[in-house]
Design a protein around this ligand. Sequence first.
Ligand code: COI
Length: 353
Amino acid sequence: MQLTITKSDILKPKPDDSNLGFGSIFTDHMFNMDYNPENGWHNPRIEPYAPIEMDPATAVLHYGQAVFEGLKAYKTDSGAVRFFRPKDNFRRLNRSSRMLCIPEFDEEFVFDVMKQLIALEKDWIPGAPETSLYIRPTIIATDHFLGVRASYTYRFFVILSPVGAYYSEGFNPVKIWVTKNHVRAVRGGIGEAKTAGNYAASLYAGEEANKNGYTQVLWLDGVHQKYIEEVGSMNIFFVIEDELVTPMLNGSILPGITRDSVITMAKKWDVRVSERQISIDELIDAHESGKLQEIFGTGTAAVISPVGEMKYGDRVITIGGGKVGPMANRLYQVITDIQYGRTEDAMGWIEEV
Ligand code: COI
């Protein structure tokens, strides 16, 4: 496939690196590619960032047949540009696609194109501490048809957004709200896919948590509403008697790349790690007996998000005195040091542009 590149005549002014927030500023160019059954994936092109015009009957608008990814390009002090485990994101995008009946794409080709897009937009990669260029590859169903079936045609696009911290708290403890009224996903559904509907399913409980002064929802499983699954849009970890515990991947939990990095790193440090079912009652008991030391979320956007307070029914518990715990702190430092090239990448997680 031959990539075409059309450069924008007008370049937007670059934002102030010190006040980026998350996900509201977009660069000058984007990647687009189309799919139909006759030609497969075709017409790959880098072109000026522009709206996607859609017929009101476009399938994705009605039935949410969409998958996406989130990864980042980082600038090091020497000005080099690098990615953190990018091929895992493209592998997961194809995995999500399979679950949503979307045709797979050539991961090597798209990775190569993304590198070209980042090279073209390199002046958009912010340099202020803990900032990066967030990369959002997305695939949407584009048939104009209201019957419920998998679309025959698709659009693959990649947009780029210079970002700072995902949460206004930055790397500071957030407050989480355990919901028993709502579930995010169930086993056998699409909970382990990175797909639009899972995020739509999280909104109502998220608003409820926010109204009550909490930042994120702690999700329990969809069958018993007993076992812990995720927090907000992140995977979740606990430190209980010096052991790192995280819910095992059971079909309704997203297989996070930061989750995997945390597990790998902790094992390398000889920390005991357990991927298993953990119930909310076990967590409360661990807190009452003084065994629960830390809770934190993991994800590409926030990296590590420590939890300082949790509300479950009428109980409010404070974790680690409401401060960032040593495990969360050590993991955050080492992962961000690898990402920004402040330490050697002994794990082979970095790809240079
Ligand atoms: C992440 O932590 O990377 C996420 O999934 C959040 C994203 C949907 C903004």
